[in-house]
Design a binder for this molecule. Structure first.
Ligand SMILES: Cc1cc2nc3c(=O)[nH]c(=O)nc-3n(C[C@H](O)[C@H](O)[C@H](O)COP(=O)(O)OP(=O)(O)OC[C@H]3O[C@@H](n4cnc5c(N)ncnc54)[C@H](O)[C@@H]3O)c2cc1C
Length: 236
């Protein structure tokens, strides 16, 4: 299996980086090929802008997704986007590895998503959910949090974890066609003991060794909707 790990943490020695390293070591030991995009180390530009397109369809008014489509067709996307897109298309499994910032991804990773998941390849027209351009690939979200496990769930102070992660799990990864696996979560990371953190690394290694057993989360299929995308039956 070919694996792309997109890692976003500003501190090279962070615990989140230790999870990245655990993933690389575990997956390579199993014979998988791994590439890492370490976004802060790469000084990744997270800002979607007109500079992403050298050959504009409409130089007067920027419609970002339409320019992405032309950029794909004319192979004129910015070089940093194209390099990440090539890695993404190479991979069978994408791992997004990051600390939760404000119930979300760090801006650095959000900017990778905005710029790399291009219209014309990853989605566009009726290419989404099970018909998304990246269908057939798997995705795993690996997150660290300050919050404790009991703070998440039905009736818990922050509500269900799946609600917090909905923009990334559903609105992004499932939308572009990935089979999205149950996230791996390291809770309360800065406040627990060294041993408890080590245990997360062990648990993560074990999870990665058995990833092929994981059943993906359930998301809509376009066949459950009519041609105007009204539900044919009761859907989520
Ligand atoms: C802007 C911002 C917004 C945030 N929003 C949220 C939010 O909405 N919800 C929420 O729950 N949290 C939030 N947080 C908290 C954040 O998610 C956590 O602080 C972060 O996930 C902790 O992981 P880390 O990798 O940064 O830990 P680090 O701070 O890098 O590490 C924690 C400890 O682990 C140690 N460590 C490093 N490597 C290892 C290793 N190999 N083995 C054992 N120990 C090791 C480090 O030395 C350190 O003592 C936010 C933080 C910021 C900055």
């Amino acid at each position: 299996m070919k694996v792309l790990i997109v890692h976003a943490h500003p501190e090279p020695q962070s615990f989140t980086a230790a999870l990245r390293d655990q993933a690389v070591a575990t997956l390579e030991a199993q014979g998988h090929e791994v590439q890492v995009s370490d976004l802060y180390k790469m000084n990744w530009n997270p800002v979607a802008s007109d500079a992403d397109f050298s050959n504009r369809e409409n130089p007067e008014y920027l419609v970002y997704a339409l320019e992405q489509r032309l950029g794909v067709k004319s192979q004129s996307l910015a070089a940093d986007i194209q390099a990440e897109l090539d890695k993404l298309l190479w991979a069978d499994l994408l791992i997004l590895n990051f600390p939760i910032f404000w119930f979300s991804t760090p801006a650095m990773l959000k900017g990778w998503i905005d710029r790399v998941l291009v219209s014309g390849i990853c989605y566009g027209g009726k290419r989404f959910y099970d018909q998304g351009g990246l269908a057939g690939k798997k995705a795993l979200v690996t997150v660290t949090l300050g919050g404790r496990e009991h703070m998440f769930g039905e009736g818990a102070i922050h509500g269900p974890l799946e609600d917090m992660l909905r923009p990334i799990l559903r609105g992004t990864l499932a939308y572009v066609g990935f089979d999205v696996l149950e996230p791996f979560v390291a809770w309360h990371v800065p406040y627990i003991s060294e041993e408890a953190r080590q245990q997360f690394l062990v648990d993560y290694g074990q999870r990665l060794q058995h990833l092929s057993d994981d059943q993906p989360l359930v998301f809509p299929k376009l066949s459950q909707f009519d041609d105007k995308l009204y539900p044919l039956t009761t859907n989520t």
